[in-house]
Ligand binder design. Structure first.
Ligand SMILES: Nc1ncnc2c1ncn2[C@@H]1O[C@H](COP(=O)(O)OP(=O)(O)OP(=O)(O)O)[C@@H](O)[C@H]1O
Length: 630
């Protein structure tokens, strides 16, 4: 029996194959099972109508003692020429040729769901084998045997096999310090690998498995006897859940699948199952978790969907399938139209992924919109878990996605103290109201008590209460909503007074200019002291001038390693209708030193209201006591 050399640049390619293309040696099993499945498909297509489907199977046998794994199928088989051409020529895909041939015969391509296309998968088995023997038989032909060590070449001779199909026998390499090849001889490992990569191969993958069972007849005894038996098990589930018709799947099945595959013990909050036909066809099964996943906010949290190609698992956490703001979505995508690279570990064409990703994004957003409009309470549950991600989505990437997301945002509001959408806010804005008012703070109850909020509320304006650090950045990124601007009510002038009120205030300002300037000069930290119509019951408040707001100051200064502390301009506003103002006016004529002292107390009070620490709490406390005893 003459030894033949591998054709093409085979030795170099083989070396590359074995050592460089694949990062995980374990994928050899996926490749051989995919080939077996392709071979059964081919048998099925060429013998349509004359196939006993019970015969179609893939078998795995383990022989630990002799370090052999055997994978056999009842597929189309190969004759001598096929063995020579398909296994003697690396990078020659008999499967691709078959598919092309079938396409010529006008069989619809999607019916021929063949996995192989590169003609290299088989050789991945040399990553774990020191020798491979293939025994194959085509119907009506004798059987042939192909043997190779993957280095020197291969031999073909007559073989023995009764029925059509192929048997591939791998003799595993010896274990080394770096590599444990023996693991592939263990039943549990093979079961795991089949589940991981080949669970949805549509033909049964059988294996004899040793199990312990209660001995027949001893079931009812107090101490039942056990025996070890060999039992044939089907290792794969075959029909993927996502390929079944939606109407045939119960929510329990969806939930179970979610819990089994995505490491969650709670049922999902929502299940989104859909198919897309078109330039790129795919099935997607997506889940929104009912609670924030563990480690979700850790830097190493892995987002992304599982990716399958024709039911064969390709990769986990395919990040490109989801925009970052939907990082909470779990699930999978299965497509037959992906051009994978040779190791199937990477996708070759970005644009296919982009099409899938954009359809997924649209679908999830439309589900969320539906939820918001039809099941508000449910949407609020979702919002409490994951709303923050949509806010980040609004301002990340220079606000690229803000138009898609702005209608899904919820904010606390002064109206009934509940969550509202921007649309709801705008719908009930006062006729002459130009801007959407918001105030930031750490707690809704505290914001609600702020003087400026009380004033706006009393004048019939609604105010959004922003409690997340990201909120003000979202407002800045949105800039406008339905042509209405956003206005931080705690910053600058609100311009809500009537002309009469404005005139009156200006007059009082003029009359008390000297007092206000004196107060400003007495307070180091403020850039201005002014009279304000914003206040009703409270004597003072602090507002930020142009530039950054107080909330931004806090956010920036809380950032780790912030090199440049930020400080917003502080303006002390005084209520001219409050009795304290009358007192200040009197003091200014009688005792200027006292004005300075009162100004300091008022400024500290304004800081406290705004949630800022006061500079010298002891001095503040003493001054208050002094004033109390007088
Ligand atoms: N079990 C099998 N039964 C019949 N033919 C097979 C079998 N395994 C491999 N072949 C033939 O050998 C060819 C080469 O297989 P190989 O796995 O190297 O490449 P492929 O499956 O075509 O493509 P890919 O590299 O994408 O897996 C196949 O195209 C097929 O024609």
């Amino acid at each position: 029996m003459a030894q033949k050399q591998f054709k093409t640049e085979s030795k170099r390619i083989l070396d590359l194959m074995i050592n460089s293309i694949y990062t995980h040696k374990e994928i050899f099993l996926r490749e051989l099972i995919s080939n077996a499945s392709d071979a059964i498909d081919k048998y099925y297509f060429t013998n349509q109508g004359h196939v006993n489907s019970d015969e179609l199977e893939i078998r795995i046998d383990l022989d630990e003692e002799n370090r052999k794994i055997t994978i056999s199928d009842t597929g189309i088989g190969m004759d001598e020429t096929d063995l020579d051409e398909n296994l003697g020529t690396i990078a020659q895909s008999g499967s691709l040729a078959f598919k092309e041939e079938m396409a010529k015969e006008d069989k619809k391509e999607e019916d021929i769901d063949i996995i192989g296309q590169f003609g290299v998968g088989f050789y991945s088995a040399f990553m774990v084998s020191k020798e491979i023997t293939v025994i194959s038989k085509k119907e009506g032909c004798p059987a042939y045997k192909w043997t190779s060590d993957g280095v020197s070449g291969y031999e073909i001779s007559e073989g023995e096999r009764e029925n059509h199909g192929t048997t591939i026998i791998l003799t595993l390499k010896e274990d080394s310090d770096e590599e444990d090849y023996s693991q592939y001889l263990k039943t549990y490992k093979i079961k795991d690998l089949v589940k991981k990569y080949s669970d949805y191969i549509r033909y049964p993958i059988h294996m004899n498995v040793e199990t312990t069972k209660v001995k027949e007849g001893s079931e009812d005894k107090d101490n039942p006897e056990y025996e070890t038996v060999i039992e044939e098990q089907t290792l794969n589930s075959m029909v993927p859940l996502w390929k079944r018709a939606k109407s045939q799947i119960t929510q329990e099945e969806y939930n179970q699948f979610y819990k089994d595959h995505f490491y969650d013990y709670s049922d999902p909050f929502r299940t989104i199952h859909f198919n897309v036909e078109g330039n790129v066809s795919f099935n997607a099964l997506l889940y929104i978790p009912s609670r924030v996943p563990q480690g979700f906010y850790n830097a190493d949290y892995k987002r992304g969907l599982q990716l399958y190609c024709r039911g064969v698992f390709i990769m986990d956490h395919a990040e490109d399938l989801l925009p970052d703001y939907l990082r909470f979505v779990k699930g999978l995508v299965d497509s037959q139209d992906l051009s994978l690279n040779i190791s199937r570990e990477l996708l070759q064409h970005d644009h296919q992924l982009k099409i899938i990703a954009s359809r997924i994004e649209k679908k999830v957003l439309s589900e969320l919109t539906n939820l918001l409009t039809k099941e508000r309470e449910e949407y609020e549950k979702f919002w409490n878990n994951f709303g923050i991600n949509l806010k980040f989505g609004c301002y990340n990437n220079y606000g690229r996605d803000k138009d898609k997301l702005q209608d899904l945002l919820l904010f606390n509001s002064s109206k009934e103290n509940k969550l509202v959408t921007l649309n709801e806010y705008v719908q009930r804005m006062k006729e002459d109201q130009k801007d959407i008012y918001y105030v930031s703070g750490s707690d809704v109850n505290l914001i609600d008590k702020l003087p400026v909020v009380q004033t706006l509320k009393s004048k019939g304006f609604e105010v959004l209460y922003l409690t997340d650090n990201v909120d003000e950045f979202v407002m800045q990124s949105l800039m406008t909503y339905r042509e209405k601007g956003f206005k931080n009510a705690a910053q600058g002038d609100l311009d809500i007074d009537s002309q009469e009120e404005k005139d009156e205030l200006n007059k009082t300002k003029e009359e008390n200019k000297e007092l206000l300037d004196f107060m400003k000069d007495s307070l180091e930290e403020v850039s201005e002291v002014r009279l304000s119509s914003k206040l009703i019951d409270d004597p003072v408040c602090l507002t930020a001038g142009e530039g950054i707001s107080f909330e931004m100051e806090r956010v920036f200064n809380n950032m780790p390693d912030n090199p440049m502390p930020m400080k917003a301009n502080r303006i002390l506003e005084i209520n001219p209708k409050h009795p304290i103002f009358e007192r200040l006016k009197d003091l200014y004529t009688d005792d200027k030193d006292k004005v300075k002292e009162v100004a300091e107390v008022l400024y500290d009070q304004a800081c406290l209201i705004e949630g800022f620490p006061i500079k010298d709490p002891i001095a503040y406390s003493r001054k208050i006591c002094e004033l109390l005893v007088k």
